[in-house]
Design a protein around this ligand. Structure first.
Ligand code: NI
Length: 196
């Protein structure tokens, strides 16, 4: 059975790689795609010149962007750091701000960083088998805090919610997750811009 969009039934996501058995490939984000997103831009440039490896992949399966539909897929973040900051996704608000999202951690070890426009901060550690409910109004970014494992999460959200990446690109998140002495820790983002 095949739908008019890209979701073959049954669709499966590989347990180890997170890759789906569908005709639409996962989108890719490399060091060159994340200019100014990490605190240490010089280190990011070095990584871009030094092979420009993948940071993460995720799916847009082409589900119709309608209120009654659900968009879903996996987010696949490879282990690594830029300076002492762990590999992460760009992060976004939903364009329809008050729409939530479910993330199920399939494998790996990560942090879901969340913040509201008013500056309320939530962050949750996630391990294989755990679920994170991202409430409506909160921007969200996944961060891989493992030194060796890929972080694979399965996400579901209202298909018409839309993505607002712009405000995060301009201002960043208020908090960063960095390695300090072999452990992850959350610090204030020195580059966070408060325009209010
Ligand atoms: Ni989202």
């Amino acid at each position: 059975m095949k739908h008019p969009f890209y979701v073959e039934i049954p669709l499966s996501f590989d347990r180890i790689t997170g890759i789906a058995n569908c005709s639409k490939p996962a989108l890719e984000r490399r060091y060159s795609d994340m200019k100014n997103m990490y605190f240490d831009e010089e280190k990011r440039k070095e990584k871009e010149k030094g092979g420009n490896n993948l940071i993460y992949r995720f799916y847009d399966l082409g589900i119709p962007k309608k209120e009654g539909d659900l968009a879903f897929g996996t987010s696949i973040i490879y282990p690594g750091k830029v300076g002492n900051e762990y590999h992460m996704t760009n992060g976004h608000f939903h364009t329809i701000l008050d729409t939530a999202e479910i993330y199920y951690c399939q494998s790996g070890h990560g942090i879901m960083m969340m913040e509201s426009p008013e500056g309320d901060i939530l962050y949750k550690e996630m391990k294989s088998g755990q679920v994170i409910y991202v409430p409506g109004r909160y921007a969200h970014r996944s961060i891989n805090i493992s030194s060796s494992e890929t972080l694979i999460t399965f996400y579901v959200f209202r298909a018409d919610a839309g993505h607002d990446y712009g405000s995060i690109k301009e201002k960043g998140f208020r908090k960063l997750v960095v390695e300090d002495g072999g452990h992850w820790t959350v610090i204030d983002n020195p580059r966070w811009k408060n325009y209010e």
